[in-house]
Design a protein around this ligand. Structure first.
Ligand SMILES: [Zn+2]
Ligand SMILES: [Zn+2]
Length: 345
């Protein structure tokens, strides 16, 4: 089958790899109809991924059709249209069965497309372990593109917002306005925030946040402007959606007294210089978490179905999987208004 594979920094190839195959009775094969490139895929693209492997199939966000099921799969049948959770667990322990795979008691939390261990889904097909737990039928009333946003980005944005303890009438700051950051802006309003301030270096991304009702903060002057606009109070809730040391620092600086800072960006820094004195003086709560995607579907599906959240609005490009390398380059360089990149098959 054809797939996108990682070989070296900025070297993603569309090439043939062995067909996805059932490796356990609980697994299923999904023929991918659409997949997406995530901000975390750019870590791999830039050559500082999550393993030393090369030649593995990348990607962890996909929807498609069940074409093969293992003998112990009970809730799925051939032909079912499904969305696949980017995060998977052992499928057997109590948290995994409840859709909370990042709390897996067997330490089996994993994600597609980070190494050869669990091949990615930017491919014609993907093997889904514990398919009963790790997929769901595309909900009635949702488009495949909306479902694709539910495989990782929207649940992650939602986790970032709920971890930030947003209160009705509250003041929120979002740092980093890629697809997840922009979804967090929309969710913050849905959760009742009165004001959402938005920070990013890219003018078009700040403009998109403003179209959602946010107030953009000027790069370099974020804290001073936020301080002025909030009469010194700064933000009660801060969502950091990049994961870089600089944006974490910025997020902490935008937090007011007794605020909560919630970070959802991937940060692999082992020595982030946490500004402890500043955090202590502000009385900050600092939260970070991987996203158990499935856990949030029950709340998010109705919000998307009703139109309260429109995650599909952040899709900027739809390109064939064969043009995946070009899609990665556009997204990485933030060229041509690249925001959410969807690859079709
Ligand atoms: Zn993702
Ligand atoms: Zn488990």
């Amino acid at each position: 089958m054809k797939a996108l594979t990682y070989h070296a920094a900025k070297d993603i190839r569309f090439e043939s790899i062995p067909d996805a195959r059932i490796t356990a009775p609980h697994a299923a094969i999904v023929r991918v109809t659409a997949c997406a490139i995530c901000g975390s895929d750019l870590h791999i693209y830039q050559g500082h991924g999550f393993s030393d492997d090369v030649g593995f199939c990348v990607g962890h966000e996909a929807v498609g059709e069940i074409v093969e099921i293992g003998s112990s799969v009970e809730g799925l049948k051939i032909g079912d249209q499904v969305m696949i959770s980017a995060a998977v667990g052992c499928g057997l322990c109590a948290p995994c069965r409840a859709g909370d795979c990042t709390r897996c008691e067997r330490d089996a939390t994993a994600c597609y497309g980070l190494s050869h261990k669990l091949p990615g889904c930017q491919a014609e097909a993907v093997m889904v372990p514990h398919a009963d737990q790790n997929t769901a039928l595309i909900p009635e009333g949702l488009s495949h593109e909306q479902a694709l946003m539910l495989t990782d980005n929207l649940p992650t944005a939602y986790l970032g917002a709920t971890n930030a303890s947003i209160r009705p009438g509250g003041t929120v700051a979002v740092v980093g306005l890629g697809p997840i950051g922009l979804m967090a802006v929309e969710i913050a309003f849905a959760l009742g925030a009165a004001r959402v301030y938005a920070a990013d270096l890219v003018p078009e991304r700040r403009a998109m946040a403003e179209r959602l009702g946010a107030i953009a903060l000027p790069p370099g002057d974020e804290r001073a402007v936020l301080k002025e606009l909030t009469k010194g109070r700064l933000a009660e809730s801060v969502i950091e959606a990049v994961g870089a040391d600089a944006t974490l620092k910025l997020a902490i600086s935008l937090a007011g007294k007794q605020a909560t800072v919630s970070t959802i960006g991937v940060n692999q820094s082992k020595q982030f210089p946490f500004p402890m004195a500043l955090a202590f003086n502000k009385g900050l709560t600092f939260r970070t978490s991987l996203c158990s995607v499935v856990k949030h579907w029950g709340e998010l599906v109705p919000m998307v179905r009703s139109g309260r959240l429109k995650p599909q609005q952040f899709i900027s490009h739809r390109m064939p999987l064969a043009d995946g390398a070009e899609a990665y380059a556009l997204f990485n360089d933030r060229r041509e208004g690249a925001m959410k990149m969807v690859l079709t098959l």
